[in-house]
Write a protein that binds this ligand. Sequence first.
Ligand code: AHR
Length: 503
Amino acid sequence: MTIRSTMLIDRNFTVSAVDPRIYGSFIEHLGRAVYGGIYDPGHPEADAAGFRRDVLKAIRALNVPIIRYPGGNFVSGYNWEDGVGPKAERKRLLELAWWTTETNEVGTNEFADWARLAGTEVMMAVNLGTRGMDAARNLVEYCNHPSGSYWSDLRIAHGYQEPHKFKTWCLGNEMDGPWQIGAKTAVEYGRLANETAKVMRWVDPSIELVACGSSSRGMPTFADWEATVLDLSYDQVDYLSLHAYYNNNAGDTANFLASSLDLDRFIDSVTAVCDFAQAKKRSNKKIMLSLDEWNVWKTVGTSRANERWQIAPPEFEDNYNHEDALAVGCYLITILKHADRVKMACLAQLINTIAPVMTDTGGALWLQTTYYPFLHASNFGRGTVLLSNVNAPKYDSKDFTDVPYLESVAVFNEEEGQLTIFAVNRHLEESMTLNIDVRSFSGLQLIEHIVMESDDLKAANTKEDPNRVLPRTGGQTKVDQGVVTSQLSRASWNVIRLQAVKG
Ligand code: AHR
């Protein structure tokens, strides 16, 4: 049997321009993300600085515009001064977020170098756990001030004549979480975020600042936390963060694939609190959202390192399967549908630790299933999100009602004259015929219909079998008199790329 869905789009009815930074990601000093991931000096592919060229190539292909660094929970115990200057003099320190030993071989300057090679910007986080506004303003001075002051001249002495000009800064990480080093109440954090943002801006007025929202929608203080923090810091911050992780550890795929509805509600709720704060302040400024950690995370909460104080032990090296890639596709579509408020988002994380790119230290590199929907969205999902009117049959799952079998969004890139439809068929048994009314576009022609499907939802790519689940072109789509008709196979991720007449 085949189910039927329809979509109606119009090139003049738009949600918002896509901020490319929604295709951001995250690299933390956690597990083998840095050591054994981007940095592996003993590897045959390593450059003179110790960065793996094959890793850079895989990441460059993803076209990631911004990467959050150095944490995560790690940042709340991190003294940035320990990670700069001559490597031989850097301290080995006990790292209390993950109970490891941090060698400090990679720090701010090395990461800035790596980011340049990766073609990405750095979203820098400051420590508001064990440190505060003094360390934060000094770090801005070190990174962004041209010269002529103690910290900027120290950067120059360290070999970096030009300032890094980091634009986006996170004011701490998950400060509401009891697991966080130096966790705070909303009032404590809101005041600190406000004062820290103020002095950081005084050092460099061009920066943008992200305040911590709740660690998840499930936190007991969710929504009150956001309201209080914004009440205390509204004029000094530009973005509020959200973190969202999901998994199918309960073994209920229909429910898991519906989890993007939770993300949808989360985004709507945080938007509502931001607008409440705006109303209360009678402000003209709107706070935008930074979904700066999101992903499927199966091993969440399972460990700090089993044995304490190891150097870069493997941590949270989730192996992603086909259904995880579908879920990631649904989250990407959800983020795009909120392009008017979500201006930054970071797939957490990028390499080895809950990541699409995997390596063996000193050895192979392979790409997880989740690499592909991100690759497609980041490369083809740029332009303007169009409003779409979708009609699809629905189902109920354990936690969600009225879940449409079709999750979809349309993005029009006017410059290239390209229209892209991203679509997931959530139905686990039935294929879907999708009719898309595109009559406002003239002369549309199919470029390609990319499909990711699998006879086994649990099939995954591994080092031994890295090509088990791959996207292919050749999905069934035809364009006829203003209607695009596509066949979406059961449980599939689809990218329907169309060329329009420009102008
Ligand atoms: O991404 C892994 C961890 O998840 C981060 O360190 C923390 O911010 C979140 O809880």
